[in-house]
Design a protein around this ligand. Structure first.
Ligand code: ATP
Ligand code: MG
Length: 415
């Protein structure tokens, strides 16, 4: 017998949870659209090189990807995130000729992680990417979209915005040297993964979730002390803009991004309600990415949010929309029901039909389906071109002409 459980770390999104996801998604896209972002999709898998560029190969383990050879021998990777694929699409489609480019994406991502509440192996993200704006205005705009989105979701006062700067290349080189010196001094206390990172990409150590590493990270040099004056000025412009917009934030000098192409602003929106899975939206500037993929030197800034985590945070009922239920009693009525249902649907009413069972059973089913209205269609009603309309919330019943049904339902039922 086959295993009927979904694979570890994956789950079915049943209608109620799917509606929560759709709701979150609609707010994300709604906010992005107001700022002129356009929706795009990239494939669920990419050539592995899109995610692992030269010199990063030892990160395959730490980046938690599903990487495999297909039957033709190509190495493919299920996308763990959306930014690199969108940047790849920018290059493949010649969109670097048409900047600034503002894109919104959403969909499943895949990471081989230890599953727990708010952490899955197939997760769902939505995100924005803003290409071609090298000044701080891009960073501020990205944060503004996040603000609008989280406010519309009713979650802005349940999360806090933490922000930091990673500076420019010069700041980064300076910082990397200090970091390597510090961690080399404590090499023996580092986890095996982090020892490897120390050679390849020391900044990724700061992302480590290993307890021993975390202890060392606490006393590691701070990025802020390695910033060039230009990088300082850039960050100050961002912070001043947030202040003048009335956007609340906390500076977090420990907030970093491990990958080399990140620079300047890094930010995260964090909830205290989800334990260790508290980050619901994370973003920043990644000026080196497009170039590292083989494209022109196009700057970028953006963010991604975790739809699964946001869906856990939102409150309220997410019920299915309520239908009108047609209950045709007898052959002639059953035949008439098809066309009648279509007439109601043409008027925008969600309409379903119950074909079997006695009247009492069907009324029970209609109530269970949360119908607001039951239309009882029998031989007598049919000859009069009428239907017996039962308003299920009120429990009242009235004979209404078929022609007037839609108007009557709209006027009397809570749809
Ligand atoms: P974390 O520190 O929680 O592992 P991350 O730094 O790996 O997060 P990002 O790559 O920045 O996360 O992804 C953006 C957002 O996607 C996260 O803030 C989070 O809300 C969500 N996310 C990331 N990984 C998962 C996962 N395994 N399951 C559910 N949501 C996730
Ligand atoms: Mg992670």
């Amino acid at each position: 017998m086959s295993n009927l459980q979904p694979a570890r770390g994956t789950r079915d999104l049943l209608p109620e949870e799917k509606r929560r996801h759709q709701y979150v998604l609609s707010k994300a896209y709604g906010a992005a659209r107001l700022f002129g972002f356009q929706e795009m999709d990239t494939p669920l898998f990419e050539d592995t090189s899109v995610f692992y560029r030269l010199g990063e190969s030892s990160d395959i383990v730490t980046k938690e990807t599903y990487t495999f050879d297909d039957r033709g021998g190509s190495s493919l990777t299920l996308r763990p995130e959306g930014t690199a694929p969108v940047a790849r699409a920018l290059i493949s489609n010649g969109l670097t000729q048409d900047l600034p480019g503002k894109y919104f994406y959403s969909g499943p991502m895949f990471r081989y992680e230890r599953p727990q509440k708010g952490r899955y192996r197939q997760l769902h993200q939505a995100g924005i990417e803003l290409f071609g704006i090298s000044t701080y205005h891009g960073d501020v705009e990205a944060i503004q979209v996040a603000e609008k989105f989280l406010t519309d979701l009713g979650l802005r006062d349940k999360v806090s915005l933490e922000i930091n700067t990673l500076g420019d290349r010069e700041s980064r080189d300076h910082y990397r040297k200090k970091l390597v010196a510090y961690f080399t001094e404590h090499r023996d206390d580092l986890s095996e993964d982090s020892k490897r990172r120390l050679e390849k990409n020391p900044l990724r150590i700061l992302d480590s979730k290993d307890e021993g590493d975390r202890q060392l990270i606490k006393d590691a040099p701070l990025y802020g002390d390695s910033l060039t004056p230009d990088a300082h000025a850039f960050f100050n412009h961002v912070l001043q803009s947030l202040e003048s917009l009335g956007i609340q934030y906390t500076s977090n000098p420990r907030l970093v991004r491990g990958l080399d192409y990140y620079c300047h602003t890094a930010f995260e929106y964090i909830s205290t309600d989800l334990g260790a899975q508290g980050t619901v939206l994370a973003g920043g500037r990644y000026d080196g990415l497009v170039k590292s993929l083989g494209g022109p030197d196009v700057p970028g800034v953006g963010w991604a949010c975790g739809i699964d985590r946001l869906a856990l945070l939102i409150t309220g009922e997410f019920q299915a929309p309520r239908p009108v239920m047609i209950l045709p009693m007898g052959d002639a009525a059953e035949k008439k029901a098809f066309a009648l249902a279509n007439e109601l649907r043409a008027q925008g009413l969600i309409t379903e039909t119950l074909y079997t069972g006695n009247l009492g059973k069907r009324l029970k089913k209609a109530t269970k389906a949360n119908a607001h209205t039951a239309l009882i269609l029998g031989e007598d009603e049919l000859t009069q071109h009428k239907a017996q309309v039962r308003l299920l919330d009120q429990g009242t019943e009235e004979l209404v002409a078929l022609k007037e049904l839609a108007a009557y339902i709209k006027a009397n039922s809570s749809l």
